[in-house]
Design a protein around this ligand. Sequence first.
Ligand SMILES: [Zn+2]
Length: 289
Amino acid sequence: MTSDPLPLNLLRLSFQTHQEFADWSESNRKMLTHIWRWQEEMGNRPEPFELPGVCDLCERMTTYTAVPRAVKDSAPPAFRTEWWDGTRCGCGMSNRDRAALRVFQDGYQSGDRIYHVGCFSSFRKWLSRRIPKVMASQYEEGRRPGEIANGVRYEDLTRLSFRKPRFDTIVCMEILEHIPDYKAALREMARTLRPAGRAILTVPWLGRDTYEHLVRAEIDESGEIRHLLPPEYHGDPASKEGILSFRSFGWKLLEEFREAGFSTARAEFVFGPVHGYMKLLAPVIVGVR
Ligand SMILES: [Zn+2]
């Protein structure tokens, strides 16, 4: 992978605490309101988008596509476009995928050992086509951590089979919300990263002012799932039914990274519509060992 930036600047923001972010957003309130209005108004239409742009990962001209969804029970009918999960480049990567790859690429050095949690996502395939040494694993109930079957490695992120620190980067996209004991997963990532190694994550994010997490479900004393909110299932490339989300995250997550053994954690934002980074306030979370 090359890391030469294209000549059109991206807005890059990085915050280590909720307070840092709150101070910044307070002094940029007008700009944030403009961007939010622009996104909401433009996204309010029934027809799919085709937005010409430049993909700084593919390093070529492309056409981004995004599909508006009808807002439930709205009269008159209204639509909202999911820029973060959409805005797909011809390479298949969404705004979220590309923002994470952009952050990944900034700190990547040739020869780095990468661990990608999950085998079957298009994100993992993109990574494996371009860089060597990507280890990937899959979770499946009843499998022993470290077990290999039919060429697939199985791991449990709350008790990884790797004895010593060995990774320069761990990539964990849209996984943490599905792990009831997500703090154990953070500790295991910290334990298996080399000094100064990075964990790069995306999670369902509650939004700019929210500090506490939103707990949707938990495991009770008898080991059963207890739903506190109507269950929310996310698409899973390994299962047809989808997978239950236990929580959405607030800014508290950065403190929990530090408690889990990371030296720092930050929320990084990438914004630049020409490059198909349409969503300003959705973060890529980076924990540094
Ligand atoms: Zn692309």
